[in-house]
Write a protein that binds this ligand. Structure first.
Ligand code: HPA
Ligand code: ZN
Length: 331
């Protein structure tokens, strides 16, 4: 089964590039930039990755991102992730970045964007990995800050396919960003949003009806509202589910309790993703393996999940069809 998962071409649709910052690279960049870290060693830092909930993770995640200062830092971060993708046969990625995390501490928007973009181009030419970039607004910040960030993105529409919404979910409902998402839609961006990770089903309804998103990131709490499950099934709105993330952030107590298979059986367009692999203990392959082991998924269910990754992507219909054929014929 592990070699079958390895050999399947896979797409990743829910990945925060800042969440791929491995402790080793964090120490390297801290040293290169002359930044002291509040941990004596890589091991001590890893040991601190013991989270109670989303917020306790976000606190460390934003602290870790402080070592990212130069365009080369963002290039190195992204390139390291793409090399992992190549090792795991992840052939297409749609990754998030959080510009406000960086611009709010004085790093230029273009420093962040160009570093990530150059690495994605190298991934295309040297590794054969196709990619799109999605800019996320931090929902704990104001609507005004999101509008300012959208303005910064407009001259770079050729490098950014979509807009998303992440960070602290509870207390920051999607409706807070209805106007800025409308403007992003008018500008031609694809739209996605985190909803129903820790937040209630109502947040998923809001993301669908008020933000008009094409995909829901996480969305696992839809199960609490049968009408919502039916709506997601009828619309075939993709859910980008992140199993190891849900376990590490205590959305579930045990992987055996994950509702991924239940959602799949309801006919929802469920995909598997890594979220913040450096913090949650696994990249895309490890997320698939954890699900297979805990939920006893069949080979055909794994194939379905891999196919869903391409169906739910922003690839052209031609590219989707090409990958779906490879997935369908993988042995
Ligand atoms: N949820 C919300 N915000 C995030 C996440 C997440 O899983 N990862 C990085 N930022
Ligand atoms: Zn996420």
């Amino acid at each position: 089964m592990q070699s079958f998962i390895q050999s399947l071409p896979k797409a990743e649709l829910h990945l925060h590039i800042e969440g791929t910052l491995e402790p080793e690279l964090m120490f390297q960049l801290a040293h290169r930039n002359g930044i002291p870290l509040p941990y004596p060693s890589v091991e001590a830092l890893r040991a601190a990755y013991d989270f109670d909930d989303l917020q306790s993770f976000l606190d460390l995640y934003y602290q870790g991102a402080d070592v990212l200062r130069t365009e080369q830092d963002f290039y190195d971060l992204t390139w390291a992730y793409l090399q992992r993708c190549a090792e795991q046969n992840v052939v297409h990625v749609e990754i998030f970045f959080d510009p406000q995390t960086h611009t709010d501490r004085g790093i230029e928007f273009e420093v962040v964007l160009n570093g990530i973009h150059r690495a994605l181009e190298a991934g295309r030419t040297k590794l054969g990995i196709s990619s799109f970039l999605i800019l996320c607004f931090l929902r704990h910040l104001s609507e005004e800050s999101a509008f300012a960030t959208l303005q910064q993105a407009l001259p770079h529409k050729d490098k950014i396919i979509g807009i998303g919404l992440d960070s602290s979910e509870l207390g920051h409902p999607p409706a807070k960003f209805e106007r800025v998402f409308a403007e992003a839609r008018n500008a031609g961006f694809e739209l996605v949003a985190h909803a129903g990770e820790e937040g209630p089903p109502e947040y998923i309804w809001e993301a669908l009806q008020r933000l008009k998103v094409a995909r829901i990131d996480h969305g696992v709490r839809c199960q609490e509202d049968p009408e919502l499950v039916l709506e997601l099934e009828q619309r075939q709105t993709p859910l980008t589910v992140c199993p190891l993330s849900n376990l590490k952030l205590k959305v579930i107590d045990r992987m055996e309790d994950h509702n991924l298979l239940w959602l799949l059986e309801q006919g929802l367009l469920v995909t598997i993703n890594a979220d913040d692999p450096a913090y949650f203990g696994g990249y895309l392959l490890e997320n698939y393996v954890a699900c297979v082991e805990a939920l006893d998924l069949s080979k055909e269910q794994v194939r379905q999940l891999a196919a869903n990754g391409f169906k739910a992507s922003f690839l052209s219909e031609t590219d989707k069809a090409r990958w779906l054929t490879v997935v369908a014929t993988s042995l």
